[in-house]
Design a protein around this ligand. Sequence first.
Ligand code: PHE
Length: 369
Amino acid sequence: MRKFLVVLLALLAVVCFSTKVVKIAAVLPMTGNIAAFGQMAWQGIEIAHEMKTQVLGMPVELVLLDNRSDKVEAANAVSRAIDFEKVVAIIGEIASSHSLAGGAIAEKKGIPMISPTSTNPLVTQGKKYVNRACFIDPYQGAAMAEFAYKNLGVRSVAVFTDIEQDYSVGLSTFFRAAMKKLGGRVFNEFYRTGDQDFTAQLTDVLNKNPDAIYITGYYPEIALICRQARDLGYKGMFLAGDGADAPETIKIGGEAVEGLHFTTHYHPDGTTTEIGQEFVKRFREKYGTNPSAFAALGFDAYLILLDAIERAGSTDPDAIAKAIRETKDFEGASGKTTIGPDGNAMKPVVIDVVKDGKFEYAGSIIPQL
Ligand code: PHE
């Protein structure tokens, strides 16, 4: 009888162990006004999951939660992931305002989170559990200011800020500071997410006649502002941040966005790693297009997280959180990632330009400011 019980217990242990999975949530905007970005990140995460389905000998189960491009939902989805899905870690979110809302919950509940693309400094500031796989906006803003000033000869800029987005407000601030430091002149125009008519702001811009318009929001408004500016007779340059890095910028912007330069995280032509080449190959096979920066960073965020779990040797959230911040020279699709004790990654900024209806790689820079 005793022997039988021992065997039974051993068998149970095997069953329990072998059915154990590592549950990870992806909290992304799959619907709503920035859905294109969440969908692209999900494509990258799926490819990474196909390439690495296990960690510590257990299968990884991904749970996708839609934040509907909404701040309140962004927080709710993180709560749901932790309280109901019982995940050990979270990949997300995409927009900085969503990562701020969701990150506050993850921090309180002590579950590690890694955002592929949220660049606002406040996302990780003062936090132990919230991290990112990308650079931050002081860096991104300085990179565009330097590139515009030195490479494009820009001396005066109209800065368009979406006052509803933490990302946009921050990026404009950092760009302005860098541009002024370089000796350039700037003035401000403001709008809100969802605005359709920019005539008032653009009339002011035409009067002041700057060398460039820099738009720090997301693609729907970027594309519309460029179109309306050209319709009104604006002849200067257009500049933007990573909020422009979606095919929709070209689809909505058409001819008007030709020549638009923007800072971003990644372009397939700037690939420097072997895994980056494999990523591009697999992505083209699966989706028939080139991967975007959001796909590449979704891919990297998943792999960085798995690497941290492996190094932690456990799925304990505290051990994972600690290991994420010890990530060093991790080779992913977007190059090498090192995450510091502040939860931020440091990497070169990629510059893209729209040429003949396509995003062309214009180089990578490490800002000096
Ligand atoms: N860096 C942007 C942010 O922090 C990322 C982003 C761009 C998100 C475009 C959505 C759309 O918000």
